[in-house]
Design a protein around this ligand. Structure first.
Ligand code: SAM
Length: 234
């Protein structure tokens, strides 16, 4: 059984429903994880394993792979959302950041993600579009660094989205896709629709995966970086 975040309540969160299969970053959100739902009764060694519990990481705490994003680089931040991470790259790494946001999802800070990105980065620094539409437009520019933090693109756009990434990155540049769901980076036969690596390898010659961990014990979390270089069509 797969649990949707809106169905995950103190009532539904039981040892029976908390299984490796149901615990995903999508279902485990600050909204569903409350002192009510997190009780010794629901949290058992059986339900909480390093393999199943990847909580993701907040935009404020996310660590930048500085070896891939040199100080001062020109970055296209695709799906900039709230704009918090884009603004951090600008302020902490001195990058010149262009956000790209289509408004598919609300900002995780609440409200419209386009407006939020524009507030954080300045209107002139945000492209309002899907990546696919931008990549096919005459305005399309190429960037040495393209980031996609907390990738969450509609499933029916996955193929075109991965292809579009090759058009916005410079030939010797890098695309960094940050994911918080293991199934996006590691093949899971029951969740192949989420898996990105096959699609990315169709478009890039060099695709590598790095899994990272933050902290230890029950509050530990993690994320995954997928690095794509050497676009096949550019
Ligand atoms: C999970 S949010 C992550 C937002 C931000 N990167 C962060 O880490 O806080 C994913 C964002 O990607 C945007 N998005 C989804 N599909 C997109 C597409 N095809 N092109 C551009 N942005 C897209 C959504 O609107 C949403 O703001």
């Amino acid at each position: 059984m797969k649990i949707k975040s809106h169905t995950l309540t103190p009532h539904t969160l039981t040892p029976h429903t908390l299984t490796p299969h149901t615990l995903t970053p999508h279902t485990l959100t600050p909204h569903t994880l409350t002192p009510h739902t997190l009780t010794p009764h629901t949290l058992t060694p059986h339900t909480l394993t390093p393999h199943t519990l990847t909580l993701g990481v907040s935009s404020e705490n996310l660590k930048f792979p500085t070896e891939l994003i040199p100080k001062g680089s020109k970055v296209l931040d695709v799906g900039s959302g709230s704009g918090v991470i884009s603004a951090r790259m600008r302020d902490e790494l001195g990058c010149i950041v262009t956000g790209l946001e289509c408004g598919q999802e609300e900002s995780n800070a609440g409200g419209c993600s386009i407006e939020s990105s524009q507030r954080m980065l300045g209107k002139e620094n945000v492209i309002v579009s899907t990546l696919q539409a931008y990549a096919n437009s005459h305005q399309c520019r190429k960037f040495p660094v393209v980031t996609v933090f907390k990738y969450n693109v509609p499933l029916n756009q996955k193929v075109e989205f991965c292809k579009a990434l090759t058009r916005v990155v410079e030939r010797d540049g890098v695309v960094i896709i940050h994911v918080v769901e293991r199934e996006r980076a590691f093949r899971d036969p029951s969740n192949l629709h989420l898996f990105l690596i096959d699609e990315l390898r169709l478009n890039f010659n060099d695709v590598t995966i790095t899994e990272r961990h933050y902290g230890y014990g029950p509050t530990s979390s993690g994320d995954i970086l997928i690095k794509c270089r050497d676009p096949k069509v550019n």
